[in-house]
Structure formats: C-alpha cells, structure tokens
Design a protein around this ligand. Structure first.
Ligand SMILES: C[S@@+](CC[C@H](N)C(=O)[O-])C[C@H]1O[C@@H](n2cnc3c(N)ncnc32)[C@H](O)[C@@H]1O
Length: 227
C-alpha cells in the first residue's frame, strides 16, 4: 500500500536510519554543534543528532506533523546531550524565502532562535527529501540560501534511497527522482557565486550499522560542504 504524499513525514524512512547510523558513527563531528534538520518528519534523526549536539533545529511543514514530531522529541528528551539546548521544533518551508516569526503561528521562530541559527549552525541534515523534482529544487534553493545566511562554513549531510521504478515511457527500470538529486548536487558544485563554493563527496556506506533496518546498497549518502 502506498503512503499518501501528505503523510510521508509520519513514518521513519530507511534513509533516516542510514543517516542516523552515520551520525552515531561520527559523534565527534556533532559534539557541541548547532544542527539544522530539513524535512525531519517524525524527528528521529534530530533526536539522534541531539545525543551529541548542543542544539538541533528540527524543521518541517504543517502544524499537525510538527506537533507529532514535538511529542516524539518530548518522549525522548532523556537522550539529549547533558547541558545541551535540546531539540527545537520549528516550521521551515522550502517553498518560502523567509522563516515565519509570527508568534501567533505554531512552531514559528523567535528573533533569538534566528540569531542562534544563523550565528552558530555548522551542520545541516536532510534524509529522504528527494522524491519530487520540484521539491528537490526547492530544497536545494533553501540549502543555498541558508549557506549564504549562515555565519560559518557548513556541511550538509544528505541521504536518500535510490528507488528503482519500471516506467512504460522508458520501457526500462529508471530512478528519475534520484537522477534529479544527482543533477542538483552537480549544479551546486559547479556554482560560481561570489565567495561561496561547494564541495560534494559521497558518504562511504561502510560505517558500522547500529540501528535495525536493511542496509541495502541503494542507500546513498552525500556531504555537501560550503568551503
Ligand atoms: C519522505 S519524508 C522524510 C521524513 C524524514 N526525513 C525521514 O527520512 O524519515 C519527506 C519530508 O519532507 C517534508 N516536506 C515536504 N515538503 C516540504 C516543504 N515544502 N518544506 C519543508 N518540508 C517539506 C515532508 O513533510 C516530510 O516530512
């Protein structure tokens, strides 16, 4: 049975488990850092990141989804790094240029959050958010915009399961959403925009598996660093 598109954030996707395993392997990289997750869904990867990070901004869209995410985070708050700021659930819509600061809107941003986000974030995370070409474009635009606004150099850690489909138009097995994701990564690397440069490298999937899921070879990770 297929998951309706509006509910895709209400389950933990295999790419999130793969990314979380990578975070557990690279704990030192996160120690004391400020992290932003895009399209967090259930909040699972943010919860794992918060076991080492100082603060994690866990973002997605829709009050209903974000409320569920907030409940998951509260249930797992005992896992957050001692002395850290924990996980903050906020709305961040890739289709909007700016963060919502209206205090009447649930999960909006305070001025203090925004200054912390732009002043301290060095790691961005996104798992399984590359399933629709328009949304993938919007996500990459968001990454680019954020890289401009962040004070420090940052690395985006991305994960996706390469899903193969048989299409009648090609009469063959294709993975169009994944191909579009790769094309966006190439574009990011080739961008010439003033001071900003990005370096992209694959995440080798040989790191240890600590969580329970099938480590299929279609799981792909990439690091996109703003130099
Ligand atoms: C396939 S789910 C992945 C969820 C989670 N990262 C995981 O791997 O378990 C894609 C997520 O992207 C979010 N999303 C879709 N459109 C978005 C947008 N315009 N802005 C922010 N998040 C969006 C969805 O709400 C959903 O939570």
């Amino acid at each position: 049975m297929a998951t309706p598109l509006e509910d895709v954030g209400k389950q933990v996707w295999r790419g999130a488990l793969f990314l979380a395993d990578y975070l557990l392997f690279q704990r030192d990289l996160f120690q004391g850092r400020t992290v932003l997750e895009l399209g967090a869904g259930t909040g699972f990867t943010s919860i794992i990141a918060a076991t080492a990070a100082q603060t994690v901004y866990c973002t997605d869209v829709g009050a209903d989804l974000l409320a569920m995410c907030q409940r998951n985070i509260a249930l797992n708050s005992h896992l957050t790094a001692p002395g850290g700021g924990g996980v903050k659930v906020r709305e961040l819509d890739w289709l909007k240029d700016d963060l919502c600061t209206d205090p009447e809107v649930p999960f909006s941003w305070s001025e203090e959050d925004i200054s912390d986000l732009y002043g301290h974030t060095t790691i961005l995370l996104a798992a399984e958010v590359f399933y629709d070409d328009d949304l993938t474009d919007a996500l990459f635009k968001t990454l680019f915009r954020l890289a401009h606004r962040l004070k420090n150099a940052c690395t985006a850690i991305l994960s996706v399961e390469k899903r193969l489909n048989f299409t009648l138009s090609h009469l063959d097995v294709t993975c169009e959403a994944y191909d579009h994701f790769r094309a966006c990564l190439r574009q990011l690397e080739q961008l010439q925009d003033g001071q900003l440069r990005f370096a992209v490298e694959p995440v080798e999937a040989a790191f240890p598996q600590r969580l329970e899921y099938e480590r299929i070879r279609q799981l792909v990770g990439a690091l996109a660093g703003r130099c």
